[in-house]
Design a protein around this ligand. Structure first.
Ligand SMILES: [Zn+2]
Length: 389
C-alpha cells in the first residue's frame, strides 16, 4: 500500500487571487526580509483583505532556518492565534511555515523532533498555504522539513505527511524578476528532484510521469529563463510549473544520493541547496550505475532522446547532458569551480562524509556507499576527474 499526497494546487497567472476566496479571520505570513522588501508580503496582504482576513508577519526566516528561529516563529503563532499559516518565499520560508504550524498545533513537540509516524493531529487550529517565490524546492507540495542545527553544523530532515500544505499557490508573477544566479541554482534543484524521484528505490507509477515531465520542462525552459529573465514570461511560468511538478514527483517517491551529498555541502561549505545537489548529481549517477544493480537511466535517456543502448551508455549520456546544461547556465561542475580551496576541502572532507552518510536520502539510492566510497565521490567531485568508485 502506498499513498500519493498533494495539496490543492492553484497555478498560472492570477493564482494569487485565490487568496481572496479563503474563509477565516487571521493569517500569519512566514517569510524573510528580502521577500518583504520586494513587496510580495504587501501583495498577499492586499489579496487577503477583501476576504476579511487580518494578517501578522513573521519575516525572520534566514536561509537554512535554525531551530531558534523556528521556535521564535512558533511563539508568535501561539500569541497571535491565526487560522491560516502562509509560507511565502523559497524552500526555507515554506519549511519554516510547516515547522511553525506544527509547533503552534503541538507545542509539546520540538522542531527537530517531528517523526513521520503515528498521528500528529494537525488542522485543529489552522491550515497551511504555501506560496513559492522561487522555482526550485517544490516545498509547496512536499511534507519533509529541513532544519539546520547551528551547533552541530548539520541539516536534519523532519516532518510528517500530515504537515503537507492544504493549498499551494504557484503564480509566475512571483518569479518574473528572479536574478539569473538564483534561477540557475533553483533550476538545478528541479532537475535533481526529477531524476532522483524517477530513479530512487521508492519510485512508483504515480510519480514517474511527473518526474519525466518536469525533466523535459527543465531542459526546454531553464536555459531560456536563465538567459532572458524577465523578458521570457513563458519560460518563467513553465519553470515555475516544473518545480511544483518535480516536487510532487520526488515528494511521492524520494530524493536520493545527490541530496545526501548536497545537504552536507550546504551545511559544511555553505553552498546554496540547488547548486550543491546539481553539482552532485552527475557523480551520484556515475557512482550508482557502477554498482551493477538495476537502475532506470536508460528509461530517462530514451525519454530525452539520448543514446540508451544499455544503462552505462544511458548514464554517461545523461551525465553529459546535465553537465552541458549546467555549463550553459553558469553552474560549477566541480567543487574547485565552485570556489572551494583545496585546504578547506581537505579539512572539511571528514565532516562532509559523516553528514552525507547520516542523511536519510542516502539509503534510498540504488547503491549504498561505504564510508571510504563517499570520500572518493567527494574527491572526484573536487577535481572533476574520475572514476574509480
Ligand atoms: Zn532539493
Amino acid at each position: 500500500m502506498w499513498f500519493f499526497r498533494s495539496p490543492v494546487i492553484v497555478f498560472g497567472e492570477g493564482a494569487l487571487d485565490h487568496l481572496a476566496t479563503i474563509q477565516g479571520h487571521k493569517a500569519l505570513i512566514v517569510t524573510d526580509q528580502n521577500i518583504a522588501r520586494l513587496g510580495y508580503v504587501g501583495l498577499v496582504q492586499g489579496t487577503l483583505r477583501p476576504a476579511g482576513i487580518e494578517t501578522a508577519v513573521f519575516a525572520e526566516v534566514e536561509p537554512n532556518p535554525s531551530l531558534q528561529t523556528l521556535r521564535r516563529g512558533a511563539q508568535q503563532a501561539l500569541s497571535y492565534e491565526p487560522d491560516w499559516i502562509i509560507g511565502l518565499g523559497g524552500g526555507s520560508c515554506m519549511d519554516a511555515a510547516k515547522s511553525i504550524w506544527i509547533q503552534y498545533e503541538r507545542p509539546d513537540l520540538e522542531p527537530d523532533n517531528v517523526a513521520p509516524m503515528g498521528t500528529l493531529g494537525l488542522r485543529k487550529k489552522a491550515h497551511l498555504i504555501a506560496i513559492p517565490t522561487t522555482s526550485g524546492t517544490g516545498a509547496e507540495v512536499t511534507w519533509p522539513i529541513v532544519v539546520t542545527d547551528l551547533e552541530q553544523h548539520c541539516k536534519v530532515t523532519v516532518g510528517h505527511p500530515e504537515n503537507i500544505a492544504d493549498i499551494a499557490i504557484v503564480d509566475p508573477i512571483l518569479v518574473g524578476g528572479l536574478p539569473a544566479p538564483i534561477t540557475a541554482d533553483t533550476g538545478m534543484d528541479v532537475l535533481v528532484h526529477a531524476v532522483e524521484g524517477y530513479t530512487a528505490q521508492w519510485h512508483n507509477d504515480f510519480a514517474d510521469g511527473l518526474c519525466l515531465k518536469a525533466l523535459q520542462l527543465v531542459f526546454d525552459y531553464l536555459p531560456r529563463a536563465y538567459e532572458s529573465g524577465v523578458l521570457d514570461s513563458e519560460a518563467r511560468e513553465r519553470m515555475h510549473n516544473a518545480a511544483t511538478i518535480a516536487g510532487l514527483g520526488f515528494g511521492n517517491s524520494m530524493a536520493a544520493m545527490a541530496h545526501a551529498l548536497g545537504h552536507s555541502m550546504g551545511a559544511v561549505l555553505s553552498m546554496p541547496h540547488g547548486r550543491a545537489v546539481g553539482l552532485s548529481l552527475p557523480y551520484a549517477i556515475q557512482f550508482s550505475v557502477r554498482g551493477g544493480l538495476p537502475t532506470r537511466y536508460a528509461e530517462i535517456a530514451r525519454f530525452l532522446g539520448l543514446p540508451a543502448g544499455d544503462e552505462a551508455e544511458a548514464a554517461a549520456g545523461l551525465v553529459e547532458a546535465i553537465r552541458a546544461l549546467a555549463r550553459r547556465i553558469g553552474q560549477p561542475t566541480t567543487l574547485r569551480e565552485a570556489g572551494i580551496a583545496a585546504e578547506e576541502f581537505e579539512q572539511k572532507l571528514p565532516k562532509l562524509v559523516d553528514n552525507a552518510l547520516n542523511d536519510s536520502a542516502m539509503i534510498i539510492g540504488t547503491r549504498f556507499p561505504e564510508d571510504e566510497e563517499v570520500g572518493k565521490v567527494y574527491r572526484c567531485m573536487y577535481e572533476g576527474s574520475c572514476v574509480d568508485f
